[in-house]
Write a protein that binds this ligand. Structure first.
Ligand SMILES: Cc1cc2nc3c(=O)[nH]c(=O)nc-3n(C[C@H](O)[C@H](O)[C@H](O)COP(=O)(O)OP(=O)(O)OC[C@H]3O[C@@H](n4cnc5c(N)ncnc54)[C@H](O)[C@@H]3O)c2cc1C
Length: 298
């Protein structure tokens, strides 16, 4: 681990030891990661992955950490953060080329300025390109898969190109080659009416601030919507809206959001998740599956 940290530093990456993941993730819970390494270029990212894949050090890649809960025991091994890989380029053929750590909202703003339509699904989603493609993030009637044309990914020691039609996407899930790390993506957009796009995006954002606890630390929807009904409505019908454990509780505004009301631990959050799962199963026969990714040591 020490040799890896040294190589990463020599490469020019930012290296932080024993980094509290409560500072990294949007829900603001979780223990320390042994090492957080932030490469400054896609080349550095690939070189780090080359080294890690030839070692026995456990590693995970994170973008903005807006769909991730880290256990209180923290993360053994390395977190590779893509947050500095933010380059976004809009080309004349109306394609957008973005590095994996580019924030979806930053891409949306650029496409609006350029009068392009097709990225409005991303309004209010605080994640990155890599996390967005991995999760097939979506809102406002669209998903990232609808705009995506190709991705590039580190896979088994080289950067490969994967066409959109060769990736199977499902609701909040992508089927990329196992172990691959998205490095860049291309989106195909079209010319649009700038005023109409701005109006739609404003409406999406206003609706979000009315219906979601955007001013509190949270991690978006906790559960995927089961086939039977919306997860938020189910949690509400189970009487859990506003129910809290420790510093965490189901939001009063939208029951499928868990908020950190101050001083929450991952254990509080996980106890809430387990409570909702158990009650949904026992009282309604419905299986709830988390949308949020839970990683680390218990
Ligand atoms: C206030 C709020 C509102 C939200 N609203 C929505 C919404 O409307 N719709 C929606 O879909 N989501 C929503 N989310 C959830 C979240 O923003 C999305 O899932 C987003 O796409 C996650 O991106 P991220 O960069 O934060 O991913 P992270 O949390 O950093 O990572 C998520 C997963 O992706 C993997 N990953 C990250 N980068 C890469 C990479 N380069 N290569 C391979 N795998 C990678 C990680 O290992 C992890 O398993 C919301 C979250 C918040 C906090």
């Amino acid at each position: 681990m020490r040799a890896f940290a040294e190589s990463a530093r020599e490469m020019g990456c930012e290296v932080e030891r024993q980094y509290p993941m409560s500072r990294y993730t949007s829900l603001r819970v979780g223990g320390e990661a042994e090492l957080v390494v932030t490469p400054g270029s896609v080349g550095e990212l690939c070189r780090l992955l080359d080294i890690l894949s030839g070692s026995d050090i456990p590693w995970v890649v994170l973008g903005a950490g807006s769909n991730t809960v880290v256990y209180d025991g923290g993360i053994k091994g390395v977190v590779i953060s893509t947050t500095k890989l933010r380059n976004i380029e809009i080309r004349e053929d109306a394609t957008v080329h973005a590095e994996t750590g580019a924030i979806l909202g930053a891409i949306l703003n650029k496409t609006i300025k350029a009068g392009l339509t097709g990225f409005e699904f991303a309004a209010g989603i605080p994640g990155t390109v890599g996390g967005g493609v991995f999760m097939n993030a979506g809102a406002n009637g669209g998903e990232i898969k609808d705009a995506l044309t190709r991705v590039w990914a580190w896979s088994g020691g080289r950067e490969i190109e994967i066409k959109r039609e060769d990736i199977k996407f499902e609701y909040r899930k992508s089927h990329l080659p196992p172990g691959c790390v998205i490095t860049r993506a291309e989106f195909g957009l079209g010319p649009g009416d700038k005023a109409a796009i701005e109006k739609n995006v404003k409406e999406y954002m206003e609706k979000r601030s009315r219906t979601q606890p955007i001013r509190m630390s949270n991690t978006g929807s906790i559960f995927k919507n089961p086939p039977e009904m919306a997860a938020g409505r189910l949690i509400e019908e189970l009487g859990l809206k506003g129910y809290g454990i420790g510093g965490a509780r189901f939001s009063e505004l939208h029951a499928n959001f868990i908020i950190n009301a101050g001083g929450a631990t991952a254990s509080d959050v996980l106890s809430l998740i387990e409570t909702a799962k158990k009650e949904a199963r026992e009282k309604r026969g419905i299986t709830l599956e988390t949308e949020v990714r839970i990683i680390g040591k218990k």
